[in-house]
Design a protein around this ligand. Structure first.
Ligand code: GRF
Length: 208
């Protein structure tokens, strides 16, 4: 049994929240020594908020306006205020569809992690599973990485591979990638919870 203090995680998402569920399940199963202190979304009717409320986890819609694809200015300040209010130590971006800016990055330096549905640095950006399929890649996967000021460019914590099969459609491939995301994200968060991760430039070292 891990007796260390549980890591306080805030989950930010804009969508259906399957990664949020995977993190919550890993905590319930004792595979992740953490608690989810809040779920925040920039989409008022996002399923992730509903799923969090069903589990009794504080869930708030916080507007990202006036911007559409980034979190800056007053919107960024609203998120920082909420994250501090809930006592978040680490922020897990689980399908949060906005680029973070220096204010939030500085407030949580090396404490913001993202899950990306490809083997970075290949296929950053949107619909990466479709990019990989259209490119004709034979292997893709998912990446958990620290967030920096770029798009999907931060230091890589861990990756899981997924083969691309002849009969794959974007949907079937994305579904298989998501299965691996649901393993990778809790695993990476547990490494953080155990204090096993150090960042040296671009390289993330994991104490085993
Ligand atoms: C995942 O595929 C993740 O890689 C990407 O956004 C999606 C979120 O899915 N960043 P969900 O809301 O966790 O189901």
């Amino acid at each position: 049994m891990n007796k260390a203090k549980p890591l306080s995680i805030a989950v930010l998402g804009s969508g259906k929240g399957s990664n949020f569920l995977a993190i919550a399940d890993a905590i319930a199963a004792g595979r992740l020594n953490a608690r989810i202190v809040c779920v925040l979304s920039d989409v008022p009717d996002a399923l992730i908020l509903e799923r969090a409320r069903q589990k009794g986890i504080p869930a708030e819609y916080i507007s990202g306006a006036p911007f559409r694809t980034k979190l800056e200015g007053e919107a960024e300040a609203r998120y920082i205020t909420a994250l501090k209010k809930y006592g978040a130590e680490v922020i897990a971006l689980a399908g949060f569809m906005r680029i973070l800016k220096p204010g939030l990055l500085a407030a949580f330096k090396n404490r913001i992690v993202n899950i990306h549905p490809a083997l970075l640095p290949a296929f950053p950006g949107m619909e990466s599973w479709k990019q990989a399929l259209d490119y004709g890649a034979k292997i893709t996967g998912c990446t958990v990485h620290f967030v920096d000021a770029g798009t999907d460019t931060g230091p890589i914590i861990l990756q899981k591979t997924v083969p691309i099969l002849d009969g794959d459609t974007p949907e079937s491939l994305h579904a298989r990638i998501q299965e691996q995301e649901h393993v990778a994200f809790p695993e990476a968060l547990q490494l953080l919870a155990e204090g096993k991760i150090t960042v040296e430039g671009r390289r993330v070292r994991i104490a085993r």
